[in-house]
Design a protein around this ligand. Structure first.
Ligand code: SF4
Length: 87
């Protein structure tokens, strides 16, 4: 399940630096998570890094994107495979 950022977000920017998939966008008025790029950090970290650093504790599961652990792992592999190795 991709995560989403609640409306209490204060746009501090801490989460953007932590996301391994560049899934978090600096949008107006609050930051947003691209569900196509969010994997809940499965396969990379033991816990969602954005949740770990969010001081407002407003990052929650996005009910519109229910995915199994296996689907999240597959998404992570797809994202990694699409990256330019020179980046
Ligand atoms: Fe990025 Fe992980 Fe947060 Fe998803 S859970 S937005 S992949 S840091």
């Amino acid at each position: 399940m991709a995560l989403m950022i609640g409306t209490e977000c204060m746009s501090c920017g801490l989460c953007i630096e932590e996301c391994p998939n560049d899934a978090i966008l600096d949008s107006n008025p609050i930051y947003v998570i691209d569900p196509d790029l969010c994997t809940e950090c499965v396969g990379v970290f033991d816990e969602p890094q954005c949740v770990r650093v969010c001081p407002m504790e407003v990052i929650i599961p996005n009910p519109d994107y229910a995915e199994s652990q296996e689907q999240l792992l597959e998404k992570e592999r797809r994202i990694l495979g699409s990256r330019d190795p020179d980046q």
